[in-house]
Write a new protein. Sequence first.
Length: 138
Amino acid sequence: MKQPVKAYPSPGKAPDIFYNTKICPVRNLLGQLGRKWPSLILCHLSFGSHRFSELRGAIPDISQRMLAQSLRELERDGLITRETRGGVPLRVDYALTPLGESFIVPLQAMMNWGGKHLGRVEVIRRAYDAETNVKAAG
């Protein structure tokens, strides 16, 4: 009888893929996509294409430089497209690619988890901070 394949090599050790920096999905994709700005940009683009200024207005706490950098990274990864249209001034629209659209379901799951647990996490953070402040003062 064939032995079942173990999902994890041993207790307390992650699969080998996580130790290979070239192919680790967390290091190569999720590390960027899980950051605040790319997630917010992708979320807004899930409702349709937007111009740079529209994204800037929709995410008021992002700097112009960070928005431009994040858009370039998302375009480089093939998650969004950048379409320039003629006119004065030029119009540049950003939209999700099919690959970018495929990330919306897991992104929505993360947002749902955050919405469900944010209050609880905030309570835990306050308790941790209060305990840490007491220890530091004592």
